[in-house]
Design a protein around this ligand. Sequence first.
Ligand code: NCD
Ligand code: ZN
Length: 346
Amino acid sequence: MIRTLTIRRPDDWHLHLRDGAMLQGVLPESARHFARALVMPNLVPPVVTGADAAAYRDRIRAALPPGMAFDPRMTLYLTEATDPDDLAAAHASGLVTAVKLYPAGATTNSQSGVRDFDRIRPVLDRMADIGLPLCVHGEVTDPAIDIFDREAVFIDRVLDPIRRATPGLRVVMEHITTVEGVAYARSGGDDLAATITTHHLILNRNHILSGGIRPHYYCLPVAKRETHRLALRRAATSGEARFFLGTDSAPHVDALKEAACGCAGCFTATNTMQILAQVFEDESALDRLEGFTSLHGAAFYRLPPNAGTLTLTRGEPARWPERIVTGAGPVTVFDPGITVNWHVAG
Ligand code: NCD
Ligand code: ZN
């Protein structure tokens, strides 16, 4: 049995770091294991312009504890008013790695997102020209569509038409949760990829609702049936370069999670690597962990893999704090509900 595994230092290609006291509290949790992360722009107000992204990157760098290394890769929040020239300049200068599409109302802080997809056509054409990837929150917001069907319907109604209308556009389907998402990701060439979160490899919808409501398992897109979870596990551990890690670690203080109308998001920055090692071991795919966490995403974003390494060791059941303390309040760490025997060394 493998007891030690050394991999290239991983990247998190979908991360919420927030701002202010929350940023200060959660940033070390990611920087401890990850060299880089694609930082989501859904602040209030959102990160829309190159200037917004530069200022946010400065705040992230300033919040990093001395002695820790971390390279935040910035995203812009696509609105119907996004200026293609500003976006192209932010990309050309190396400031911005991707652009994030939130359908208006789909998730936390998405009210500035896109309502009329025809209005972003010039921006998408420009992105295709310059090779700037579009990261997509793939859920329709039509209240008539059942929340468990919103990803599959989005693929048919929005994503596929956008891709057909914009040849060459590089697209990442963020945090896929369904068999349909896996299949659609596989239908594309090397201009299409998909991120998968840690928690969607662990949770199905029973975990959220059976035996009581578990607010810390509520996230968007919401976890689906077991068949979908199994498809995600097969995709993540398949070794296919189109699938890579984006944790979607999304901290909210406990008071906002444990509420009559609780916020969506699972906080997995602290224990993602340990949990993933267990998942990959359980799927007899430990040799494919490095591709998923450290190679495939970098290749898609046309960046070199990280120079550093991360060593995981197998031993006693792993423990981590139930919650971390931040200046904004306590944040509960994701509980996978399985025994995790993997530790990050050092
Ligand atoms: C994210 C958040 O809290 O910002 N929540 C979540 O459940 N994933 C938003 C998002 O990525 O949808
Ligand atoms: Zn997210």
